[in-house]
Design a protein around this ligand. Structure first.
Ligand code: BES
Ligand code: MN
Ligand code: ZN
Length: 508
């Protein structure tokens, strides 16, 4: 990952491949953002005009390259758009900074060193720019190294070093913001790696082994239930989903405990390492990206490790419900009835509605510890993508205040999210003539039906929320801002923020 430092040096004397500056959209054309004054002076104060000549407007996502002015030790100036100038001329929002830094970092792939001269008003800006750089510089090329030359590899390597100008290396708040951004971004990028790893390599057992290594490194308690242990304890949902695959399922429990904590959060992640649909096989065109179906578990994993690295004063337990959903002679069939860990029976009407089955068992296991709240994260339904598109996740909950708090936290960290209801009338669609409940109901409102199913497996009286990240988990389009193609790490930053708020006593 990119090495980041804070520096109060001036841009002209910096030896770097490029100096990154901000340009915003003003009423009468582009405006050079604060932080780049020295750069503007070196262009004789004509930088805004120059940028306008080059076609820049300051719009978000825009990137303009220009040769550095005479006397500069770096060759290139990169101007990135920050969007509309804020009303008071300052106060560039965290998300605008994060995205602009991400756009620049992405372009700087292959470069050794860049200096970022973006507006830094406070420690929050330092954190946002750092996150933008670290997340934007991400690349996944583990499977591309064969046959390419050393030069080709270097050209694609993420930006090696970045200096944040205006960040004060001796300011405690600035240092803390950088350390937080580094820890969270590193774990988030690791979640992206897990999502992008092909399913023939990332089996449930392989994921569990990675969690075991991380637990050791960060002093977390870990318990891995393999298929034998799952059978013994009656985890019928996880076992049923995993029964069609040669790669057996796992339930991983990762616990971070803080001596100062008086609250306990449980995060539960859907970890389907590949979702073929099972016997209710997905048609061609719908399964090419289904390695992403463990994105919820990856987010939970990253969030628990982040909480540990940040030393948050809250206990966080992560539950990873890992299975591969495959068709075979031993696979669960439409019509089968599973006895779940909670004791309830489920008639499997569609084996492609597998996420709710593994989550149901993990939710019940999490409930047994009676945490203050449970949040599950899952690429659960195509219906949620139809409702909210590919960049926004849906939030459902059994508590209005908790749902609002999560929505606010998501907004704060720059993750688009939206509250969704759990309409009671949709419950009866899941009535089964044979079992306590069916794993499918009405097609309309499919995302909400899935939420209602999960609710049945949350322990009595426990505050619970469900994040359906089917849309934003995996970016099938082009990279934008600090979001790469492929695995995005959706929900990691929201979960970490929730843990922080809980530690600070600002939640529940
Ligand atoms: N993993 C899918 C949902 C999904 C779809 C995630 C597209 C990301 C992108 C899930 O297991 C699934 O197949 N859901 C079904 C449920 C249906 C059978 C009730 C769906 O949404 O079609
Ligand atoms: Mn499915
Ligand atoms: Zn799935």
């Amino acid at each position: 990952m990119t090495a980041l430092t804070l520096s109060t040096s001036a841009a002209p004397g910096l030896r770097a491949d490029a100096i990154v500056i901000g340009v915003a959209k003003g009423a009468k054309g582009p405006v050079v953002a604060p932080g780049a004054e020295a750069v503007d002076t070196a262009y004789d104060g004509k930088l805004a005009g120059l940028l306008e000549t080059l076609g820049a407007s300051g719009a978000e996502g825009e990137l303009t390259k220009l040769p550095a002015p005479a006397g500069f030790k770096s060759a290139l100036v990169i101007a990135v758009g920050l969007g509309t100038v804020p009303d008071d001329g300052t106060g560039y929002g965290a998300e605008a900074l994060r995205r602009a830094a991400g756009v620049a970092a992405r372009t700087l792939g292959g470069a050794k060193k860049a200096a970022f001269a973006l507006p830094v008003e406070d420690a929050a800006a330092v954190g946002a720019i750092a996150e933008g750089v670290l997340l934007g510089a991400y690349s996944f090329d583990v499977y591309k190294d064969n046959g390419s030359t050393a030069k080709a590899k270097a050209d694609k390597a993420p930006l090696a070093e970045a200096t944040l100008l205006g960040g004060k290396p001796r300011d405690a708040a600035h240092k803390a913001a950088l350390a937080r951004a580094t820890a969270v971004s590193e774990e988030l990028n690791r979640a992206r790696d897990l999502i992008n790893t092909p399913p023939n390599d990332l089996t449930p057992a392989a994921f569990a082994a990675i969690a075991q290594r991380a637990a050791k490194e960060h002093g977390l308690k870990i318990q891995v239930l393999d298929d034998k242990a799952l059978t013994k304890d009656g985890y019928g949902g996880i076992l049923g989903v995993g029964s069609g695959s040669a790669a057996t399922p796992r339930l991983v429990k990762l616990s971070y405990t803080s001596p100062g904590a008086d609250k306990h959060l449980a995060f539960v992640g859907k970890g389907i390492t590949y979702d073929s649909g099972g016997i209710s096989l997905k048609p061609a065109g719908h399964n090419e990206t289904m390695k992403c179906d463990m994105s919820g578990a990856a987010a939970v994993f990253a969030a628990v490790v982040s909480a540990a690295r940040l030393g948050l004063e809250v206990n966080v337990t992560g539950w990873l419900a890992l299975a591969e959903n495959m068709p075979s002679g031993s696979a669960v069939r439409p019509g089968d009835v599973l006895r779940m860990y909670s004791g309830k029976t489920v008639e499997v009407l569609n084996t492609d509605a597998e996420g709710r089955l593994v989550l149901a068992d993990a939710l019940w296991a999490a409930s047994a510890e009676n945490p203050d709240a449970i949040v599950d994260v899952a690429t659960l339904t195509g219906a949620m993508m139809l409702a909210l598109g590919s960049r926004t996740f849906g939030i459902m909950a059994n508590d209005d205040a908790f749902r609002s708090a999560i929505h606010e936290a998501a907004e704060e960290v720059g993750e688009p999210a939206w509250p969704m209801p759990l309409p009671e009338h949709l419950r009866k669609g899941m009535d089964s003539p044979t079992a306590d409940i069916a794993n499918m109901g009405e097609r309309m409102g499919g995302g909400l039906v899935a939420g209602l199913f999960l609710r049945e497996f949350v322990g009595e009286g426990i505050t619970w929320a469900h994040l359906d990240i089917a849309g934003p988990a995996f970016n099938e389009g082009g990279a934008f801002g600090y979001t790469p193609k492929g695995g995005t790490g959706s929900a990691v930053r929201t979960l970490v923020r929730l843990a922080e708020l809980t530690a600070e006593g600002d939640l529940g």
